[in-house]
Design a protein around this ligand. Structure first.
Ligand SMILES: [Zn+2]
Length: 130
């Protein structure tokens, strides 16, 4: 992404470590983990002002650009930073949610409760979308 949204080592180290290795090649000794609400607040602190200046339409365009990059990475993971592309999509989605005043944790919990909202089973046993 052009101007941010990816957790760097510098800001990731300020987060709550939980003792799981990020990856076998990572320089980070601990995985920094945030729940979705914490991540959204983190993104608001990092990029809220820039997101507001850019606006919803421009932020949406960055999100779609990153979705395209994620598609490329899924097709050719060996030549892309696949985890980074997932993080970029989440970051831009979160920025867009911030601009719309949407709490992602609340929205996701409401839309996808404990069981499938259609069949009310867990795991889902719906005949559609296999
Ligand atoms: Zn279902």
């Amino acid at each position: 992404m052009a101007d941010g949204g990816t957790l760097t080592q510098a800001n990731a180290l300020q987060l709550r470590p939980v003792g799981r290795p990020l990856s076998s090649t990572s320089l980070l000794p601990m995985l920094a983990v945030m729940d979705l609400r914490e991540f959204q607040e983190h993104m608001r602190g990092l990029y809220g002002a820039k997101d507001a200046a850019r606006g919803r339409d421009g932020t949406f365009m960055y999100l779609i650009e990153e979705v395209g990059e994620l598609a490329e990475a899924c097709r050719e993971p060996a030549s892309h930073d696949l985890p980074g592309e997932f993080a970029d999509v989440l970051a831009w989605l979160t920025s867009l949610a911030n601009l719309h005043g949407i709490d992602l944790a609340d929205a996701a919990s409401a839309k996808y409760p404990v069981t499938c909202p259609a069949c009310r089973a867990k795991p889902c046993i719906c005949a559609t979308k296999p």
